[in-house]
Design a protein around this ligand. Sequence first.
Ligand code: PMP
Length: 398
Amino acid sequence: MPISFADRLNNVETSAIRELFKLLGKPGIISFAGGFPDSAMFDVDGIREAVNTALSEEPGGALQYGATEGYQPLREQIASFMHGKGVKDLSPEQLIVTTGSQQGLDLLGKTLISPGDKVIVEGPTFLATIQCFRLYGAQLISAPVDGNGVKTDELEQLMAEHKPKFVYLIPTFGNPSGALLNLERRKAVLAMAVKHQTLIVEDDPYGDLYFGEAPPPSLLALSASVPGSRELLVHCGSLSKVLSPGLRVGWMVGPAELLSRATMCKQFSDAHTSTFAQATAAQYLKAGRMPATLAKVRAVYAERAATMGRALKRELGDAIDFVPPQGGLFVWARLTGAGGKVGDGATFAQRAIEKGVAFVPGAPFYAANPDLSTLRLSFATAGLEKIEEGVGRLGEAI
Ligand code: PMP
């Protein structure tokens, strides 16, 4: 008997990217396709020590069921981590722990989106967000992005025209755009939230991965200086990209009423984030190892990003155009088609696979009106030699 699935599944398709990932198992492929941090970067000793401390000091807390809002010592550590990032007035009760920031996004979908509701996202934006919000029946509106993040004039027009349920942004080193929303635009976004009384979701898993100067403060940090904006702001954070995605520890800051509804939904979903993972994360943060870990990952990714940028310019010349990323894990690029070279991301991805190098074409990252010339290259997991070799292969494939 055919299984009769819920109608909501009709709103999402399995992504084109998944199809591409099937090819990655081919021997000898150099992959710039993933969105993972480098496993070699994990502070295994620090995490082992944190596990041991958690088990010896608080075995009950680490192994028992726990509060849906999160393990209190971790909420305290996260609040203090956020203080260090300029969010001065955050109390542990103003955040809940989520199973990765991905769960935060899912809880927002669950609590806020009714079928047909409009949500504005960036074009391009995180693919899993597109899929997740669509699963709840959202009608996604795409706001254009340039090298300085979302174009705020266009965003405001879209807000006025569509009156969306909320706006979802990745202001700092976005996935896939790598773009950094500048300070002026950050202030403009907060002012617009107040003017249009529209909720803004700031997804910020990459903000700590900067290569040179620190980025401007998060929307959450800046909201203290824009009266009325804090009540319209949700902020999702994560340890995935800086410490370990396998821990599945993220958090969500937001208006009290929203957090309380999200907590209710979380209760039906996973009861709470793994207390074992939370106690480990709490001990890790408490041990004060994060600053050194961050310094290390920033330095390694900065060198890889610079190497990839130089190699792309050398090997692909004017056939490719990109803004060198100042942080995050990705180079977001556009094929220019100059000199009769390939101008379409999907065609180039296919040719690249044949030469033994993989990346993700950009089109699936758009909720609407995809720019077919775009592509996303991750510099995070390949070492410098592999980056040179892989970009060399791209040069043969173009
Ligand atoms: N948001 C963005 C923009 C991401 O790129 C990712 C991971 N790729 C996530 C959220 C989810 O990360 P996690 O659930 O591991 O915190």
